[in-house]
Write a protein that binds this ligand. Structure first.
Ligand code: SF4
Ligand code: SF4
Length: 472
């Protein structure tokens, strides 16, 4: 039975409720009046329920679809402006005891080189990332209690935060590791992580169990309830996502929103981010073996409908997606992108390792961070290296109240400009620097409060003189 507040996976992600929701949407996909009502509700920018949201996703009335895209674009502008936060993944270890059939790190893959970075190797990777200009990382590991225990992850986080190379520093470490215990989540919180990220992969229990035939990840309930344990352990920024292509996207969309509704209902704060990865080619993995792939158009509709349904939740698209596809969805709701990513263990210090078969997935967007920053600015976006909220303790509901108070423009915008200026001075190519300076000059006026604008201008001058790390 569906119960949004239950702590049992099968009750807050009720299979029957998802089926009923899909049937309801199917029956109403030409119901213009109902769809119009939902669009009107969405315009209030307070989000939609999963039942309302699926009506928009399934809508096949052309005129209404144009309204949906326009609204997603407007909500994205109102909440996130033209800023895009930059990050990079850092793979620490590809040892894994699980059997996920879509991932090359699965335990039975014998032709992949297994590797765990030593603390010295982590230093090298982080220096390479800092020299690119990154300030925000997402740590990635396989699940292996022997070769990659929680103590190793904690030590690695400590190492990463301690490295100060030239003007570089990693200011926020997000962590994407396997579902674990409340006690371990508490340890991660104490280690100062930003967001805890865990993808559900699929919300469809039966498929989930088939796709994860062996290892601890086989346990659907334990995996699905992980975010509740993380929140119990004190982590209040969590990132959810599914791997599109494994199951039917309509099912996943409803499951994803039900998960977000559940977290909000139980913990008073929804997910901090939603990721929308699609399955990609990798060693031992053929994406064509999964018949639920989605085309670029469906992908864009998904992004737009998620944006409308959870306006306060950041949305992430990685280098799994091509430049062309990323360009298509940025304005519809994406707030964070990765750039210059390496998806193998040790790939930043030794880029050639990326060319062997040890990447978790093939990267579609192979450009350097400088090229991505340059491209974003040419499209009219402000690449932001901001990590201010986390460092000011604005996490969980404090972050949400900042969003809801409408003050985010007085924080995010100047922070984006200041961190971009740091990037331009320390890491950018000449062309990128030239475009960036022009952009900053034009964007200062878009900070609403005069007082903040004054401080911003002062700080920008001080950054020019060599000072770093200002934030609102
Ligand atoms: Fe291991 Fe994660 Fe890959 Fe599954 S998806 S095989 S848990 S690394
Ligand atoms: Fe993100 Fe906070 Fe920085 Fe805005 S001010 S970009 S919400 S970290």
């Amino acid at each position: 039975m569906y119960d949004i507040k239950s702590l049992k996976a099968e009750e807050f992600i009720s299979h029957q409720e998802i089926l009923d929701t899909l049937a309801y949407a199917e029956a109403n996909k030409h119901n213009e009046k109902l769809i119009s009502e939902v669009i009107e509700k969405a315009k209030l920018r307070k989000g939609l329920t999963h039942r309302e949201a699926i009506l928009l996703l399934d809508c096949d009335i052309e005129e209404k679809n144009q309204e949906i895209y326009a609204l997603a674009e407007q909500i994205k502008k109102d909440f996130y402006g033209n800023r895009i936060v930059m990050f990079a993944p850092l793979y620490l270890s590809n040892y894994c005891v699980n059997g996920c059939v879509y991932c090359p790190y699965h335990a039975k893959n014998k032709h992949i080189a297994r590797k765990q970075l030593s603390q010295e190797e982590i230093v090298k990777e982080v220096v390479a990332l800092q020299d690119m200009g990154h300030k925000r990382l997402a740590l990635e590991t396989g699940e292996d209690p022997v070769n990659c225990p929680i103590e190793y992850v904690l030590e690695s986080i400590k190492t990463i935060y301690s490295i100060k190379h030239k003007n570089g520093e990693i200011r926020r470490v997000n962590v994407n590791i396997a579902a674990t215990t409340v006690e371990n989540y508490r340890k991660l919180k104490d280690a100062g992580i930003g967001t805890y990220i865990l993808f559900q992969e699929t919300y469809h229990k039966e498929s989930y169990e088939k796709l994860h035939p062996t290892g601890p990840k086989h346990n659907y309930t334990y995996h699905t309830e992980a975010m509740d344990r993380a929140m119990e352990g004190g982590i209040d920024d969590v990132g959810i996502g599914v791997l599109f292509g494994l199951e039917l996207f309509r099912y996943e969309f409803v499951g994803l929103l039900m998960h977000a509704e559940h977290l909000e209902a139980v913990h008073g704060v929804g997910p901090h981010t939603i990721s929308v990865p699609r399955i990609r080619h990798a060693d031992d993995i053929d994406p064509n073996a999964f018949d639920n792939g989605i085309d670029d158009e469906t992908f864009a509709k998904l992004v737009a409908c998620i944006r409308i349904s959870v306006p306060y939740t950041g949305m992430i698209v990685s280098t799994r997606e091509s430049q062309k596809c990323r360009e298509k969805v940025l304005h519809l709701g994406i707030s964070q992108v990765s750039g210059g990513s390496r998806t193998s263990v040790g790939g930043y210090d030794h880029p050639e390792e990326e060319d062997d078969n040890s990447s978790q997935f093939d990267v579609s967007d192979n450009r350097t961070l400088d090229e991505v920053v340059n491209w974003l600015m040419r499209l009219g976006y402000i690449p932001s290296f901001c990590t201010a909220c986390y460092r000011e303790g604005r996490t969980g509901d404090r972050f949400m109240s900042l969003c809801k108070s409408g003050q985010i423009l007085n924080c995010c915008h100047p922070n984006a400009l200041m961190t971009l200026k740091e990037y331009l001075l320390d890491y950018a190519s000449e062309d990128t620097r030239r475009i960036g300076y022009e952009l900053i000059k034009n964007e200062i006026g878009n900070v609403p409060k005069e007082k903040i604008r004054e401080i911003l201008c002062r700080n920008l001058e001080e950054i020019e003189e060599g000072k770093r790390d200002f934030r609102f």
